[in-house]
Design a protein around this ligand. Sequence first.
Ligand code: MSP
Length: 532
Amino acid sequence: MTNADKKNACFAATTPLYYVNDVPHVGSAYTTMALDTLCRYQRMQGRPTLMITGTDEHGQKIQRTAEKHGRSPQDHCDQVVGSFKDLWKQLNIQNDRFSRTTAPRHQAIVNEFYQRVEAQGDIYLSQQQGFYCVGCEEFKEKRDLVEEKFCPLHPNQEAEWRDEENYFFRLSNYQEKLEALYEANPNFIQPPSRRNEVLSFVSQGLKDFSISRVNLDWGFPVPGDDKHTLYVWFDALLGYVTALLDPEDEPTLDNAMAKWFPFSLHLIGKDILRFHAVYWPAMLMSAGLPVSDRVFGHGFLTKNGQKMGKSLGNVLDPVALLGTYGSDAVRYYFLKEIEFGRDGDFNESRFIDTLNADLANDLGNLLNRTLGMAKRYCNLTVPQLSGDSFAADHTLKQLGEGLGDRVSTAYEALAFRDACAGALGLAQACNKFLDQEAPWTRYKEGDQAAVESILYAVLESVRQAGYLLSPVVPDLANAIYQQLGFEVDFNNKDQLGKTLSYGEHSQWGMLPAGQAMQKPSPIFAKIESEPS
Ligand code: MSP
């Protein structure tokens, strides 16, 4: 298989590997739920999909946090990793890999990669002077610091002056190659605002960056010089590659690249764009490897319009939110209410209003009342009709036809809000349609054919809407499908591309005639409480 065939055939995508200096925050949950949604969609399209997430466990930040807690770094990492895994379970994340940078086989991959880059002549020893932000694990330009001391992202932590011998990576060698990459692949960095940011940064001239530290133990030694420890970002980005290995594989680059490489997508927050869109492709080029297809930098979340931070005391705890509202509610709010790529806000009243309006009312109540009528008028059996029984200009058929393609375009572009709005628009149209067509009146008039036609069209539309929303709200989609009489499971990866394939289920008109349905029961309970 050529690289091009491979790219078209499969989808390997990553979240960042999260730092384990603290329990997971809502920002990490945001990236992870977005990638999980996209991967579910890819699986529905029948594409072999590998979703990678994991943890970034080396470096000064982690070492110091562990010391503060009086634990060994490894013990500390093991504990925090547990809370990430628990959170992903609670959020219904179906990652295929969980890559830990402290995994022994990761070191073998890092060493091999380092040696390739070294053989290319892209590593040299020199003196590094500058201000280092331990929070970002990054050297900062003086002009980027507030009051000459503080990095804007970590205002409580003074950047530290460093003057030490480090190994450097010759990033400057890749200026032209990177510019050619951006030019030839306009979609390499998305959305366009982030692309412009990177283009402007690169056009100012790329400087070599240091890839080792002295006076730091917690990390891998530089191959051939164990007085130096590898820079945490050099090791972390390679965690994506290690994740490609099957469990039984020998840890070699060839094995890692045999099946899924190159990556289809790195989904990240906007603060770590340079590492993924500049440093990482240059590192891959240096090692003679193909670069990834796409880097998407999403925006930052605020709470009630304010930046979140421990010192501000307004951190939104994803575990608490999930405990109160459940995974579908949380996934739906963040993906439907915020334009992916831009900054967005969490506000509990708006959260409750959105869920009640969209999931409890427009969709949930619609299914409930329609199944109620199906029980009264059709013995809970899908009427003997199909999509073809309806004229092309039928209100719901017209809306439903083409919807699968429009929603697919939205998912491919990571426009989750548009995907949700498209599916929900159909449910809203159904509510209007029912009110206009008044099947209860037709029933009284004895027009059974009209009743059945109305109910089929609405039930089919609810099914289609539920299907199209399923990557975002898989449990809700399960409830809809079960009540419509299907025996399927949107949380079963193996079913997605087969019994639940997008080709068949995204189309309007496939609800099987004569299928026995279930008694209506609310699929999404209205949230009554107001925020305290
Ligand atoms: N360890 C590095 C990534 C290495 S990848 C090889 C790292 N980790 S992190 O835990 O600090 O950040 C993880 C992600 O959370 C980043 O994508 C970051 O953008 C995101 N967020 C952190 N705070 C956020 C918000 N307030 N809102 C949205 N996302 C935020 O960086």
